[in-house]
Design a protein around this ligand. Structure first.
Ligand code: FMN
Length: 156
C-alpha cells in the first residue's frame, strides 16, 4: 500500500495546534524500539484532535518553550480509557537526555501521513515508523511547512 501524497502547502484544517502535558504511556515499547514517544492525553488534546482521523501525522513539536523540532504523531484510541479518549503519541526526532513527563508539549500537526495498521512483528512497525520519519523530514523542509516553526504559538 502506498502512502498518501503529502500536500505541497499546509492546507486546512492544518495547522492543528495542540498544547498539553506529557503523561506516562503504557511503556510498551517506544524506548526499546529506539522510538520513544511522549503521550498527550489531556482534555485540551482530546478536544483539539476530536475531528481528526485515527492515524499517523507529521509536524513540529516543542517541549516547554525549547527548540521547535520535527515530529511524527500516532493518533489512536487509548484502550485504558475504554475507547472513550484519543491520545496523541508524539515521537520527536531529537535525542533527549531525560524524560519529559509532566512537561508542556506544544505540537503543530501539519499533515496526515497514513492510517494506523496492525502489525504481526515489531520489525514491521519499526520499518513503517522509519518511513514515516523520512516522509516527515522531507515535507517539513518545504518552505510552507518550515515557516510554521515561527508561529506565535511556539513563542507564547
Ligand atoms: C509515528 C508512529 C506511528 C505508529 N504507527 C502505528 C501503527 O500503524 N500501528 C500500531 O499498532 N502502532 C503504531 N505506533 C506505535 C504505538 O502507537 C505506540 O507508540 C507504541 O505501542 C508504544 O506505546 P506506549 O509507549 O504507550 O507503550 C506508531 C507510533 C508512532 C510514533
Amino acid at each position: 500500500m502506498s502512502r498518501a501524497e503529502i500536500a505541497e502547502t499546509v492546507a486546512a484544517p492544518y495547522p492543528v495546534l495542540v498544547e498539553g502535558e506529557v503523561v506516562a504511556g503504557f511503556g510498551r515499547g517506544g524506548k526499546q524500539l529506539g522510538i520513544p514517544t511522549a503521550n498527550l492525553a489531556t482534555a485540551a488534546v482530546e478536544k483539539a484532535l476530536e475531528d481528526m482521523d485515527i492515524g499517523v501525522y507529521l509536524g513540529w513539536a516543542q517541549v516547554e518553550g525549547g527548540d521547535v523540532m520535527p515530529m511524527v504523531m500516532s493518533l489512536g484510541w487509548n484502550p485504558y480509557f475504554k475507547n472513550e479518549k484519543r491520545s496523541g503519541e508524539v515521537h520527536i526526532m531529537h535525542t533527549f537526555d531525560d524524560d519529559f513527563y509532566g512537561k508542556t508539549l506544544r505540537v503543530a500537526v501539519l499533515a496526515y501521513v497514513r492510517p494506523e495498521r496492525d502489525y504481526t512483528s515489531l520489525d514491521a512497525l519499526v520499518t513503517d515508523i522509519k518511513e514515516d520519519i523520512r516522509i516527515a523530514h522531507e515535507a517539513l523542509a518545504r518552505p510552507a511547512y518550515a515557516q510554521i516553526k515561527d508561529e506565535p504559538f511556539f513563542r507564547r
